[in-house]
Design a protein around this ligand. Structure first.
Ligand SMILES: CC(C)(COP(=O)(O)OP(=O)(O)OC[C@H]1O[C@@H](n2cnc3c(N)ncnc32)[C@H](O)[C@@H]1OP(=O)(O)O)[C@@H](O)C(=O)NCCC(=O)NCCS
Length: 211
């Protein structure tokens, strides 16, 4: 299968396809509940915001079947919310049932808890010198359910790892829901380890690139 799959950098025209994959791979996420355009805008922000990121897509022919967004992010969520606040407010107002959904409400409460309207916009935060950051973050990885279990996730992750090594990062990190057994098994199969540095495991995983 992997010989038919092409991995390449995503460009903005790929984002509607990325949104389709995201919505199928994360059917219960708050972002998915907000609809395809909200998802497309989320990934557009990861491509165009003040980050230092590498966004990869997996393609079967011209169809996006997976994606992996990695790098150093500056306001991945807060910048998205700020840039799209009118659009997102309109989505919620025109879909009031979202507020009664417990998953969406939980996520909204989280966003409200981190939201600081007076905080500087990500674009105004001075860039961190790349040498000061040693760990390359994986913000999001997803494979369309119809193509899962075929090695595409592994191919995406291996390519991201090559990028991180080439860029001389010494480690990688990501965050996963502690009950997402499928993803945890996937990461462990690629030699990622749970990060217990805070004493308890709250979903952080890391991989050393020193070997
Ligand atoms: C997690 C995900 C990206 C993996 O992509 P994938 O293409 O299905 O994974 P692969 O086929 O490349 O699997 C690679 C290895 O992971 C392990 N693995 C993958 N899915 C697994 C599962 N359901 N159970 C156990 N192990 C699994 C296997 O060891 C596999 O290696 P093998 O094929 O040699 O046995 C994909 O399943 C997905 O999109 N899930 C939903 C979205 C998600 O949870 N993303 C992660 C959020 S943090």
């Amino acid at each position: 299968m992997s010989t038919e799959v092409l991995i390449r950098k995503l460009d903005p025209t790929d984002l509607p396809g990325v949104a389709v994959v995201h919505m199928a791979a994360f059917p219960e996420s708050a972002l998915t509940m907000l609809g395809a355009e909200a998802v497309r805008r989320y990934y557009e922000w990861q491509l165009s915001g003040p980050h230092d990121s590498d966004s990869l897509g997996a393609f079967l022919g011209t169809e996006v079947v997976g994606f992996c967004v990695g790098g150093i992010f500056r306001g991945a969520l807060s910048g998205y919310l700020r840039k799209n606040r009118m659009f997102l407010a309109w989505r919620v107002l025109t879909h009031p049932w979202l507020i009664t959904n417990p998953i969406f409400r939980d996520r909204l409460n989280f966003v409200i808890s981190i939201w600081k309207p007076s905080a500087k916009s990500p674009a105004s935060i001075p860039p961190v010198h790349p040498k000061a950051i040693k760990s390359y973050g994986i913000l999001s990885i997803g494979v369309h359910p119809k193509c899962q279990g075929l090695g595409i996730g592994k191919l995406l992750m291996r390519t991201s790892e090559e990028v991180a090594r080439r860029r001389e990062f010494s480690a990688m990190d990501l965050s996963v829901h502690t009950d997402n057994q499928q993803a945890i098994k996937f990461y462990e199969s690629l030699n990622w380890e749970k990060d217990f540095s805070d004493g308890v495991w709250s979903g952080g995983m890391k991989k050393s690139l020193k070997l």
